[in-house]
Structures are given as C-alpha cells and as structure tokens.
Design a protein around this ligand. Structure first.
Ligand SMILES: Cc1cc2nc3c(=O)[nH]c(=O)nc-3n(C[C@H](O)[C@H](O)[C@H](O)COP(=O)(O)OP(=O)(O)OC[C@H]3O[C@@H](n4cnc5c(N)ncnc54)[C@H](O)[C@@H]3O)c2cc1C
Length: 354
C-alpha cells in the first residue's frame, strides 16, 4: 500500500492551491482529478474585482485577500516559470442612471478602489456609451488556464496526480486515516467543486450551485490592457480573445449552454462594441456557491480525517489561495481557519445521517 499524508480530490483552483501550499510546506500528497473539461475554474474570467453589485460594495475581506492573492500568484508563476497574474482595471460604463449614481455615491462615501472617469470620450473608438464611465482599480487578472495546465504538468512530471474519477465505493476509513485505491493517507480533502453536493460526508452543507454561461470572442484591435463592463463584462483572455459573461442563475434545468444566453449576449455585444467580432466558444459551468456566500474549509467535525476546501462561489481566484493556505497552516499546527469559513460551524447539520 502506498503511503502519503494527504489525498486531494479535484484540481480546480482549490485543489491547485491546496497542493501548491502542501508542496511548499513539505507535506506529502497525492491528487486525484477526473480528466476532461474540468469544473468551474477553467470557465472563470480570472478577475479579482474588489467592488461588486448594484450598490458597489467592497467584497468580503478584499483588503486582506487581494495582497495575499497578488503575492501568491506571483510566487506560483515564478515557480512555473510563467507569469499568471497581472494588475489591471475594470472600466465600468454605466448602463443606466441608477448605476451612475451608485458609483458617485460610493465614491463620495468611500473612494477605495474607485476612480471617476477622466476623459469621457476616451473609449468611443471601440464602444457605444451615453452615461460615461468610471474605473474600478486595482483589480487583478489571473490566467487560470495557464496556472492549472502548468501545475498539472508539474504534478504529472512528479508522479503526484492520478487522472481518474474518484469513486466512493473504493473508499474506506480506518482509525489512522483513509484508504483509496491502494493508497493510505492520513487525510483526504475534497476540492471537487459542484460534485461535493453529492458527497456522502458533506452533502448536507448548504451549497447553492449557481449556473454561469459565457462566450469566448475574438475581437481584433480592442486594447487588452483593461477589462470592460456595461452590465456584462469583456475580459482579456488570450491573444485577441476576450471572455464575455456571464449569467448568474440560481434556478436552472441543466448545466448546458443555452440559446437564450447566446442570443442575449450577442445582442448586448452588437449594441456596445463598434468592432467586428467572432464567437469562438460558448460555455456553461456551475459555480460551487453557498447559501451564506462563504466558503467551506476544514475537516468534518465527526470524521477528522475527511476534509473539504470548497464553496468558493463567484470568488475562487481570491478565496482559493488564501483559504488553502489557512488549511495547510492548521495542518502544520500554525494557525486557525476563519470562523466564517470553517466547516465546524455546521457541526449540528453534519451530525445528521446523510
Ligand atoms: C462562468 C464563470 C465565471 C467565473 N469567473 C470568475 C472570476 O472571474 N473570478 C473568480 O474569482 N471566480 C470566478 N468564477 C468562480 C470560480 O470559477 C470558482 O469559484 C472556482 O473555479 C471554484 O474552484 P474549485 O476548485 O472549488 O472547483 P472546480 O473548478 O469546479 O474544480 C473541481 C475539480 O474537481 C474535479 N472533480 C469533480 N468531481 C470529481 C471526481 N469525482 N473525481 C475526480 N475529480 C473530480 C473536476 O474535474 C475539477 O477539476 C467563475 C465561475 C464561472 C462558472
């Protein structure tokens, strides 16, 4: 039987960050990930936006998350010899008077992360807009595609990844840890995104999966130095390719791309953009969101060898590096998990049989 300290299920942003910090801490691990198109991470725009919503609120813990993420992505980029993060801004074209007023009110009360637009004509070469713009800055833009592929290659080279689906019928607990398919580990941590809603140990947690659809669009001549938003967003993705999205649906029948989204998104783009475009891909994915909009981090109160890093919702790029590190620090006996994120807050729910 092969021995390791920790088994990880899933190599999205959560599993990538957990395994990276484990490696840095010198803690042995093995990762299992289902080959295929993957989960939500590979559909993310990669934007860490500090201000969101109709009331332009500063997002949860962003003053701590943003500097942490900036350093962490620079560190992994250096390790992989491939930069995966850039600092950027999000040009916010006000889609209606209410959003213009919300920007002005928020700026007057608290100017953090906002800059009123200077020259209102600055973007007229590329876009149609009537109500002006402001800038949300700094934002961070993560190249999730490069990060996940680069880290996967490294895992493969070092024989640390098993490319197959995790199957609970091969899983056993013993007093010292867990057994899975010929591997014995002291811990297992599920980083399997939407699959966790069916996890026999964690399925009772208040997940609230959320469907997001988007397009990849080729637009030649549009500066990729910033992202653009007017209700929907255009985010630089690859050379001449912009990520366009996304929808945000709590109630959905399936996780497939829909004609309704595509028609609406293309209508929006034709109204906003003055340049020609070509749709390269239309995609949909389920965000592993939670009812409380806070992540699920830590070990099961009744099964201390079984853990989870999940529930990143719309904010995986900023939450995953930070909370993966908290999990690794607690394994090293060097810290605790934020009380609003730790799984033990659901002790009563998790005590009930699945
Ligand atoms: C359209 C869209 C846009 C988004 N944009 C942004 C953004 O700009 N910024 C941001 O911060 N967040 C964004 N998000 C949210 C972000 O994508 C998620 O928070 C994040 O990807 C969650 O990462 P994860 O690792 O928990 O899950 P996932 O990325 O879903 O990873 C789960 C992994 O587990 C594997 N897996 C699942 N089941 C099994 C199994 N049984 N056996 C083996 N492997 C398994 C999957 O293959 C996958 O690799 C967006 C999400 C969507 C859908």
């Amino acid at each position: 039987m092969e021995e390791t300290e920790l088994l990880i299920v899933g190599q999205g942003l959560a599993g990538t960050w957990l395994s990276f910090w484990l490696y840095k801490a010198g803690i042995p691990f093995k990762l299992i990930d289902q080959p295929g198109p993957g989960g939500a991470s590979l559909r993310a725009a990669g934007l860490i936006n500090p201000v969101t919503g109709r009331r332009m609120v500063t997002t949860w813990m962003i003053d701590e998350l943003m500097p942490f993420a900036s350093k962490a992505y620079q560190e992994v980029g250096k390790f992989l010899d491939e930069p995966v993060i850039t600092e950027t801004s999000l040009i916010d074209f006000f889609p209606n008077v209410q959003m213009l007023q919300a920007f002005q009110k928020r700026y007057a009360e608290n100017p953090a992360y906002l800059l009123p637009g200077g020259n209102q004509e600055k973007f007229t070469e590329w876009f149609r807009y009537d109500l002006g713009w402001g800038s949300i800055q700094p934002c961070l833009l993560v190249n999730v595609e490069k990060l996940l592929a680069g880290w996967r290659n490294w895992l493969k080279k070092n024989n640390l990844i098993i490319e197959s689906g995790f199957d609970f019928s091969d899983f056993r607990q013993d007093p010292e840890g867990v057994d899975y398919a010929g591997i014995h580990a002291r811990y297992i941590v599920f980083c399997d995104g939407k699959s966790s809603v069916k996890n026999p140990y964690f399925g009772k947690l208040p997940f609230a999966l959320n469907k997001g659809e988007g397009l990849l669009v080729e637009i030649k001549g549009l500066p990729a130095t910033q992202s653009y938003k007017k209700g929907m967003s255009l985010v630089p993705y690859r050379e001449n390719i912009f990520w366009l999205g996304s929808s945000y649906e709590w109630s959905f029948g399936d996780d497939l791309p829909s004609e309704k989204f595509r028609t609406g998104a293309e209508n929006w783009l034709r109204g906003f953009l003055k340049l020609p475009y070509r749709v390269v891909e239309h995609f949909a994915a389920l965000r592993p969101a939670t009812l409380e909009r806070r992540p699920f981090v830590g070990f099961h109160p009744a099964f201390p060898h079984i853990g989870m890093l999940n529930g990143m919702g719309t904010k995986g790029c900023s939450l995953a590096p930070y909370f993966a590190r908290q999990l690794v620090d607690t394994l090293k006996g060097e810290g605790t998990i934020n009380t609003l994120a730790v799984i033990s807050r659901f002790e009563k729910i998790l005590a009930r049989p699945y």
